[in-house]
Design a binder for this molecule. Structure first.
Ligand code: C5P
Length: 248
C-alpha cells in the first residue's frame, strides 16, 4: 500500500496550498476531498434537490461523474481542474457560494459513504497527500503522517477574503463602482464580517456533525498557522516528513 500523508483542518487554515506544494515536492498524488463534496453540493443546487432530501442527495452523490485533470505532466502538478459529466466546473465549485452547500451535503452519512471508495482510489504509488476534514480519522486512518492545520477564525476569514478577491470569485467582494475610499473600506469590513460569520457557521456544522466530524486524529500533529506564513508551515511539515522517512 502506498504511503499517505493526511492534512486535515478547517477552511482557510492553508491546508489546500500546503497539500498541493507537498505533493509537488514529493512527486506524490494529491486528493482534494473537499472538491468532491463541493461537486455534490453543486449538483444538488442545480437539480433543485433540497438539502433535507437526504435520499435524493445521496443518490446524486452515487451517480456523480466526477473527474480530475491535472494541468502539468505529473498528477501532483497543480492546478487541478474538476470535471462533472465531462464539463469543467472548477470555477463553479470554488466560488464562495458553494461552501455552505458543500458543508450541508457533507453532513449526510450516505453521501460520505458514496464518496469513500473514490477517495481511497487516489492511494497509488509513489504516495498520496490527502487534504480534507477526515483524512486522518476515517478515510486513511493508517496514514504515515497526520497533520491537523488550524488557525484563528479571524486569520482564516481574512485569508479567505484575500483568496476570493484575487480570484474575483465573488462580485460582491468588490466595492460598488464610483464609491469613495470610505465606502470601499466600509464595504471591505462588511464583506470580511460576512465571510467570518459564514466561516463560523461552516466550522460549527463540520465540527458537530455526528459522522466524520472535523477533529484531529489522536496521533495527528497540530500546527497553528495563525502567525505563520505558508513557507513557515511548509518548513515545519518538511521536518516531519523527513523525520518519518517519507518520500526518500
Ligand atoms: O475543503 P473545502 O472548503 O473545499 O471543503 C468544503 C466542505 O466539504 C467542508 O466545509 C466540509 O463540510 C466538507 N468536507 C468534508 N470532508 C472532507 C473534505 C471536505 O466534510 N474530507
Amino acid at each position: 500500500m502506498a504511503d499517505v500523508i493526511a492534512i486535515d483542518g478547517p477552511g482557510g487554515s492553508g491546508k489546500g496550498t500546503v497539500a498541493s506544494r507537498l505533493a509537488s515536492e514529493l512527486g506524490w498524488h494529491l486528493l482534494d476531498s473537499g472538491a468532491l463534496y463541493r461537486v455534490v453540493g453543486l449538483i444538488a443546487l442545480r437539480s433543485g434537490i433540497g438539502f433535507d432530501d437526504i435520499a435524493s442527495v445521496a443518490e446524486a452523490a452515487r451517480k456523480a461523474d466526477i473527474g480530475f485533470k491535472y494541468a502539468g505532466a505529473t498528477p501532483s502538478a497543480s492546478p487541478i481542474r474538476v470535471f462533472v459529466d465531462g464539463i469543467d466546473e472548477t470555477d463553479a465549485i470554488r466560488s464562495a457560494g458553494m461552501e455552505q452547500p458543500a458543508s450541508r451535503v457533507a453532513a449526510i452519512p450516505a453521501v460520505r459513504d458514496a464518496l469513500f471508495a473514490t477517495q481511497q482510489s487516489f492511494r497509488r504509488p509513489p504516495g498520496l497527500v490527502a487534504d480534507g476534514r477526515d483524512m486522518g480519522t476515517v478515510v486513511f486512518p493508517d496514514a504515515r503522517l497526520k497533520i491537523f492545520l488550524t488557525a484563528s477564525v479571524e486569520a482564516r476569514a481574512r485569508r479567505r477574503f484575500e483568496q476570493l478577491k484575487d480570484r474575483g470569485a465573488s462580485g460582491s467582494l468588490r466595492a460598488p463602482s464610483g464609491s469613495g475610499h470610505d465606502n470601499a473600506a466600509g464595504s471591505r469590513d462588511a464583506e470580511l464580517a460576512a465571510i467570518r460569520a459564514s466561516t463560523e457557521v461552516r466550522d460549527e456544522r463540520d465540527r458537530t456533525r455526528p459522522v466524520s466530524p472535523l477533529m484531529p486524529a489522536p496521533d495527528a500533529v497540530t500546527i497553528d498557522s495563525t502567525e505563520m506564513s505558508i513557507d513557515d508551515v511548509m518548513a515545519a511539515v518538511m521536518v516531519l516528513v523527513q523525520e518519518r522517512g517519507l518520500g526518500c
